[in-house]
Design a protein around this ligand. Structure first.
Ligand code: GH3
Ligand code: MG
Ligand code: MG
Length: 434
């Protein structure tokens, strides 16, 4: 009651340390990791396999090109006016060369071939419409003319193959191979298109199979870890709940303890202060309750009986408030009710209801029928008050006032008694029926 210090606790964020939330975060992280690992693994395997396909196609393109140049050397390579050897092909020689080439290339999966001179002119192609064109902007061709092989996997919508048939949606490895004279003189280049569409299914199958096996393995490992972590989490949660209950409830009555009720009052005040509207909704009401002459109960019927009375009082007081109000044990035989958004008038009504529920009918405990009364001090927070201490102090003063006025009543801090449960002329304090 009077002179008691109020301990305030800062608002906690229990969700941050909630094991269930941590478990959910773990599951989310694990699922994201699995997806990331599978995507990277799938892409990596695709790259390795596709790289292998390109390398094989390039090797066969180089071999074909070497054989072709060796076989057609006499036709393709000619001495120019400057005395240097270059790639030259006369128009009348093209049909014969074309026939021979198509026959030679038939066993390979080659769909197209181009032969370039050193100035990027197409001197021969299995597509006759482009013979004679210059491809100067072609960077890859330039690289080949500078002596390097260059291969790339490309998807083409449609390609005219050597049998003059349109094939659609084709994967081709396009390889540029330099045509050399001697060891390092490049006089032209050959571009060979190798159809590798057949490998597409194979790559897809390898990637799919690897991803499924890896995914199932990861899922199995993760599921086992999840079960272990979940078991530990549930145990932790149970212990945490027990600790939370121990920390917030009064062991005798089961209602909130002093620390929790003050904490809730403090949080409630901060919640209403954050609200922009300055209306009645933005006050917090308090009822401080002290049982009258409680010592007499202990003295007359024993401490155990007093404990039982306190439990029943807690039950009755809790039953007298609204769903969103809270009641806690503030001290030995003292209680505190916190009523968010209640005006002084509403607080008084609840206080009177509590008085009625306490004193209105006797408490039956341990074979005794005890008539008990209490004194109630009411107060509400005021505009500009940033913590609950002033309002609690006023409620405490009002309670003191109720005691001074003869107990068994509800009082505000600056006013007289509102109502007494006993009739005028009746004796104050607990009835001696105990
Ligand atoms: P009043 O408040 O009307 O002035 O009289 P009171 O007898 O209630 O006041 P006081 O503060 O002198 O005594 C309070 C008593 O409450 C003393 C103590 O034995 C009793 N009490 C406090 N806590 C408990 C408890 O947990 N169990 C029991 N049985 N009694 C308690
Ligand atoms: Mg007391
Ligand atoms: Mg008392």
């Amino acid at each position: 009651m009077r002179g008691k210090t109020v301990t305030l606790r800062s608002g906690e964020t229990p969700s941050r340390n909630n094991p269930e939330i941590l478990l959910r975060q773990l599951v989310a992280i694990a699922l994201v990791s699995i997806v990331a690992i599978l995507s990277l693994a799938g892409y990596g395997i695709y790259r390795v396999y596709a790289g292998q396909v390109i390398a094989n196609a390039e090797t066969s393109a180089i071999h074909v090109s070497e054989v072709l140049v060796a076989q057609e050397r006499g036709l393709l390579l000619e001495k120019g006016e400057d005395g240097g050897i270059g790639v030259v092909l006369r128009a009348e020689e093209i049909p014969d060369l074309d026939r021979r080439l198509r026959r030679f290339l038939r066993p390979f999966s080659i769909v197209k071939i181009k032969i370039f001179s050193a100035d990027s002119t197409i001197v021969y192609s299995t597509d006759p419409t482009i013979i004679g064109l210059r491809d100067e902007e072609n960077v890859r061709l330039r690289r080949a003319l500078s002596g390097q092989n260059d291969s790339q996997l490309v998807n083409r919508d449609r390609v005219l193959d050597l049998a003059e048939e349109q094939i659609i949606d084709v994967d081709v490895v396009e390889t540029y191979v330099p045509i050399r004279v001697g060891l390092d003189r490049v006089v032209g280049a050959i571009e060979i298109y190798v159809d590798v569409t057949g490998y597409r299914e194979e790559i897809r199958e390898v990637v799919t199979r690897t991803v499924i096996v890896l995914g199932l393995t990861l899922l199995a490992v993760f599921s086992c870890s999840f079960l272990v972590v979940r078991k530990a989490t549930l145990q932790l949660k149970t212990v945490q709940d027990q600790l939370q209950k121990l920390a917030t409830t009064d062991p005798l009555t089961g209602i909130f303890n002093r620390r929790e009720i003050l904490d809730r009052a403090d949080r409630e005040l901060h919640r209403v202060r954050r609200s922009r509207l300055r209306s009645l909704e933005n006050v917090v009401g308090f009822i401080m309750i002290d049982m009258d002459h409680f010592k007499r109960i202990n003295d007359s019927f024993g401490h155990q009986c007093g404990d039982a009375v306190l439990c029943e009082l807690a039950r009755r007081l809790k039953g007298a408030v609204r769903g969103y109000d809270v009641v806690g044990r503030y001290g030995g035989e003292e209680f505190l009710a916190v009523l968010p958004g209640a005006s002084l008038e509403q607080v008084r009504v609840v206080g009177e209801r509590m008085l009625e529920t306490v004193a209105g009918r006797p408490i039956e405990v341990m074979g005794q029928s005890l008539s008990v009364t209490g004194s109630f001090g009411i107060a509400v927070t005021r505009t500009g008050e940033d913590d609950i201490e002033p309002a609690l102090r006023r409620a405490d003063e009002a309670l003191y006032r109720a005691k001074m006025k003869g107990r068994n009543r509800v009082c505000g801090a600056e006013e007289g008694p509102v109502r007494t449960a006993v009739q005028d002329g009746e004796k104050e304090g607990p009835e001696e029926t105990m």
